[in-house]
Design a protein around this ligand. Structure first.
Ligand code: CA
Length: 231
């Protein structure tokens, strides 16, 4: 699965440039031009990294960053802040608000790409590993094989992708909607309950210590549940 990047930038030319280059690197790119729209989008779906402009209509990048850090779903979301201001005090303020990295406009595209790659690697080394492990569970991406304590486990293709996603994001909780999006893809229409069915199957067929895939009620709305692998 390619890493998903959300670009929040109101300058159209820059958005196009970023989309083109990130896309060429194989990332799954989404763009949004307003801070408040980005806030709404991020409540629905959490990307793997966000490139966030400082000055935005609707809601400033700094304020959005602060809000993201206050929510458990996005507390550790990697954020690269873009800004035209170069003053040291502003940089410090940006980092203090919770951005992981900081790039001053105008910047070179290769530099931004290098920062994105570096930050993704630091944030989730799991994404790049061939063999993912969790306790006694081992998932070999090259051979597409899953084993527990060395004994092979037969998983259906969807259960395999679900497990791969959980192993790539240990400790992260997601809503059904986010799982649907990440595991099934945005363009496929599937009932959210289907996610439960597949998680149930994953639990059964892998005899994963069931408690490791946790389900806990999400704050709102009450009918949504969040699931993830405990770190
Ligand atoms: Ca701007």
């Amino acid at each position: 699965m390619s890493a998903r990047i959300l670009v929040v930038e109101d300058e159209e030319a820059l958005t196009t440039l970023l989309r083109y280059n990130l896309d060429a690197e194989g990332y799954d790119v989404e763009t949004v031009g307003r801070g408040d729209d980005a806030d709404t989008r991020l409540k629905e779906r959490v990307p793997d990294l966000i490139v966030l402009d400082w000055m935005l209509p609707g809601l400033s990048g700094i304020e959005l960053c602060r809000r993201l850090r206050a929510r458990p779903e996005t507390r550790s979301l990697p954020i690269i802040m873009l800004t035209a201001r170069g003053e040291e005090s502003e940089r410090v303020r940006g980092l203090a608000t919770g951005a992981d990295d900081y790039i001053v406009k105008p910047f070179s595209v290769p530099e931004l790409l290098a920062r994105v790659k570096g930050l993704l690697r630091r944030a989730s080394p799991e994404r790049l590993a061939t063999v993912l492990t969790y306790g006694d569970i081992e998932l070999d991406r090259e051979k597409r094989r899953v084993a527990r304590s060395g004994r092979p486990i037969d998983l259906g293709p969807t259960e395999y992708r679900l497990l791969e996603f959980f192993l790539e994001h240990p400790g992260r909780v997601c809503s059904r909607e986010q799982l649907l999006d990440s595991v099934w893809g945005r363009d496929i229409y599937i009932d959210e309950r289907t996610v439960d069915v597949h998680i149930g199957r994953l639990r059964n067929c892998s005899t994963l210590a069931v408690s490791r895939i946790q389900s806990a009620p999400c704050a709102a709305p009450a009918t949504r549940w969040m699931t993830g692998l405990r770190k």
